[in-house]
Design a protein around this ligand. Structure first.
Ligand SMILES: [Zn+2]
Length: 442
């Protein structure tokens, strides 16, 4: 049973002054090492105080007793599909799904048409996103057209709001171009956020190369395809001193490479996706193309390595790589179906069920990987509840048990291997700038 979430007095939930008093929840704010039962006050869209028995005449009050009150969750790896692929998803549907999943801010990846490789494309993107219910940021391309031939104007993209640089969906195969990108990114004060894959090694693969791909008789994508590119880029960081935030690491060897780079004091950080700490490659035998993504689900020992990497803080951020595709596209045979699964509406449930409940991470560590860590590494506002910070809050019922029903998703697409999973932990209210953009029915 989900706890009813009531507005106990005052104003409407969409208060024009964007004020809200969230009363009596367990506030976990990792950046400030705060973990206690308290009230949180948001006024004019910004955090103004945390304390006991706060009052705010006229502001709506949200009773959060028994609930977790966290800084707004940030999904730092999302494919919005707009512009260019609106039959899969658009900014409105994706951010509606994000709000329902407890996500207050999304970082868009660049494999759109056109891609964000020029000032004009970025300006148009931010105009499109202006009416979204959550905050929306985008990375900018590393190369023009994501074609891997010449560098995009990274300094200009940064000045137009690119929070990082990536050709995600594709790697930057040329070491010369990656070197140039790292130098420009360092000058712009923004990280490179690469998809690491050597296509010569992975070409034609549709899942992890291992016992399961051999049994199914399909072409695999060896772990080396990811690890060799990560090793190259860590070496380029050693030469340039630029920040590298590696997208979606998925192999034990990748975790080891990042661990060594951190030990050496290099500015290297990394992300794990929710499915990579839950599922192994056997899921492809069960779910077929619904479990096809890139990087692929790996061996059980790799899943263990993700948990170990989270536990020892080698892995900095958790994201979903929300990658919508239509049912027709995913109905193609395994070798032909597109890579990717949706994630915005299952990210919190998977995190609490597979990391918090089994105590892989304590609560502050789990919250930090969705909030302060992505905010800090990508230079985003929020992720923290200090006075003056954005009034972005995710309220979570950690006891709520629920079953994943893709028919209830707000996303336009339902491609997930998690249909029918029983999860524990769900967002019951999502607050962006003091405005309640989602809440479960009381
Ligand atoms: Zn990728």
């Amino acid at each position: 049973m989900q706890k009813a979430l009531e507005v106990v007095d005052g104003g409407s939930m969409t208060d024009p002054h964007r004020s809200l008093l969230i009363r009596g929840g367990r506030i976990v704010d990792p950046a400030n090492a705060f973990d206690d039962v308290a009230d949180l006050l948001i006024e004019e869209g910004k955090v103004t105080g945390i304390g006991r028995s706060l009052s705010a005449p006229g502001a709506p009050v949200l009773d959060a007793s028994g609930l977790l009150v966290a800084p707004g969750f940030i999904d730092s790896h999302v494919h919005l599909r707009e512009p260019g692929f609106e039959h899969k998803e658009d900014i409105a549907s994706a951010t509606s799904a994000a709000a329902a999943g407890g996500i207050c801010a999304v970082v868009a990846m660049p494999n759109t048409e056109p891609p964000p490789d020029s000032a004009g494309a970025l300006e148009e993107f931010y105009q499109r996103a202006a009416g979204a219910v959550t905050r929306v940021y985008t990375v900018g391309c590393v190369t023009r057209g994501r074609a891997g031939v010449e560098l995009a104007p990274l300094a200009e993209l940064a000045s137009c709001g690119a929070v990082a640089f990536s050709d995600d969906g594709d790697p930057v195969e040329s070491a010369d171009l990656m070197m140039g990108a790292l130098e420009l990114a360092r000058a712009a004060g923004r990280p490179v956020f690469p998809h690491e894959e050597v296509r010569e090694i992975t070409a034609g693969g549709c899942m992890h190369e291992g016992a399961v791909s051999a049994r199914l008789g399909v072409r695999g994508m060896p772990a080396a395809g990811e690890e060799e590119m990560i090793a190259r880029d860590i070496e380029l960081v050693r030469q340039t001193g630029a920040a590298l935030h590696i997208a979606h690491i998925s192999t034990a060897g990748a975790v080891d490479l990042v661990r060594q780079a951190k030990t050496a004091g290099l500015p290297v950080s990394c992300e794990v996706l929710t499915h990579h700490f839950v599922l192994a490659d056997e899921a492809v035998a069960i779910h077929g193309s619904a479990a096809k993504m890139s990087p692929p689900l790996r061996a059980p020992s790799d899943v263990e390595a993700m948990l170990a990497g989270l536990a020892d803080a080698t892995i900095d951020t958790i994201a979903t790589d929300h990658a919508p595709h239509t049912a027709q596209e995913k109905a193609l045979p395994l070798a032909e179906a597109p890579f990717g699964i949706v994630g915005l509406e299952t990210g919190i449930g998977l995190t609490f069920t597979y990391l918090v409940e089994p105590r892989v991470l304590d609560l502050p560590a789990a919250v930090a990987r969705w909030t302060w860590e992505p905010a800090r590494l990508l230079g985003l506002p929020g992720g923290r509840l200090s006075p003056g910070d954005p009034g972005d809050v995710t309220v979570i019922d950690m006891e709520s048990k629920w079953r994943v029903d893709p028919g209830e998703f707000r996303s336009k697409s339902t491609n997930t291997p998690f249909a029918g999973y029983e999860l524990r932990g769900r967002a019951v209210a999502t607050v962006v700038g003091g405005r309640v953009v989602y809440r479960t029915d009381a």
